[in-house]
Design a protein around this ligand. Structure first.
Ligand code: OGA
Ligand code: MN
Length: 204
C-alpha cells in the first residue's frame, strides 16, 4: 500500500475532503534532524532576519518570527532533501487533485519564547499565487506544555491546535484557513513553504 507512487494518497484524500491534513512521512528522522541542526546553527549565527508582512514588506508587531528564505540556486544538502520531497508531494497532489501547482517557496522560521503570529490568511493581498500552505516542524521532543501550537480555524467555527513536533508536515489551503501561532516557552523552529499556481497578471 505504501509504494512510492501512492505514498501521498492519504494526504490527497484528506485535502480533498477537509482542505487540511497532517502528514508524517515526508522525511526520514535523520533528514529532519539535519534540518533542525542547520536551522538552529543559522539562528545562533544571526543568519535569520526579522520577518516582514505583505508585498510592502512592513515589519509588524503581529508577527514575531525570524526567517531565512531558501535560495533554489544555493541549497544545502539538508534543504535539497526537503525540497526534493516537497516537489514529489507537489507533483503527486497535482496528479490526484489537478491543482496546477507550479513551484514552491520555502523559508526557515524561528520564533523565540513568547513570540507568535496573530490570526491571518497566507494569501498575499493582490496576489493569489499561494494555493497550499505547508509547514514542516523541526522541534524534537516538543511537549504540549511548551505551547507554540498552530491554531487552525475551521469553517464551522471550531479550531484545531497542531503541535510543532519534528517530522510533521501540516498542509492547508492558503485561501481558506485563517490560523495563528501561539507563543511557546522555547525556541520554535519550522520550515514554512507555499506551493504556488501560475498567476496571469503582471508582477507588481
Ligand atoms: C506562516 C505561518 C505557521 C507555523 O509563516 O505564515 O503561519 O506553524 N506559520 O509556523
Ligand atoms: Mn501563515
Amino acid at each position: 500500500m505504501n509504494s512510492r507512487s501512492d505514498e501521498f494518497s492519504n494526504a490527497a484524500s484528506a485535502l480533498a475532503a477537509d482542505g487540511w491534513c497532517v502528514l508524517s512521512n515526508l522525511l526520514e528522522p535523520a533528514q529532519t534532524r539535519a534540518l533542525t541542526d542547520e536551522c538552529a546553527a543559522m539562528h545562533e549565527a544571526g543568519q535569520l532576519q526579522p520577518a516582514r508582512i505583505g508585498a510592502d514588506r512592513v515589519a509588524s508587531a503581529l508577527r514575531g518570527d525570524s526567517t531565512h528564505w531558501f535560495d533554489s540556486g544555493a541549497m544545502t544538502v539538508a534543504q535539497r532533501a526537503f525540497s526534493d520531497r516537497i516537489d514529489a508531494l507537489r507533483i503527486a497532489l497535482n496528479r490526484e487533485l489537478m491543482l496546477g501547482l507550479v513551484d514552491c517557496e520555502s523559508h526557515y522560521a524561528v520564533y523565540r519564547p513568547g513570540a507568535g503570529y496573530a490570526r491571518h490568511l497566507d494569501c498575499l493581498r493582490d496576489n493569489d499565487a499561494r494555493v497550499l500552505s505547508a509547514v514542516f516542524y523541526l522541534n524534537q521532543a516538543w511537549l504540549e506544555s511548551d505551547g507554540g501550537a498552530l491554531r487552525l480555524y475551521l469553517a464551522d467555527g471550531s479550531s484545531r491546535d497542531i503541535l510543532p513536533q519534528a517530522g510533521n508536515l501540516l498542509l492547508f489551503l492558503s485561501a481558506q484557513f485563517e490560523h495563528e501561532v501561539l507563543p511557546a516557552t522555547r525556541n520554535r523552529m519550522s520550515i514554512a513553504c507555499w506551493m504556488r499556481q501560475r498567476v496571469l497578471v503582471a508582477d507588481r
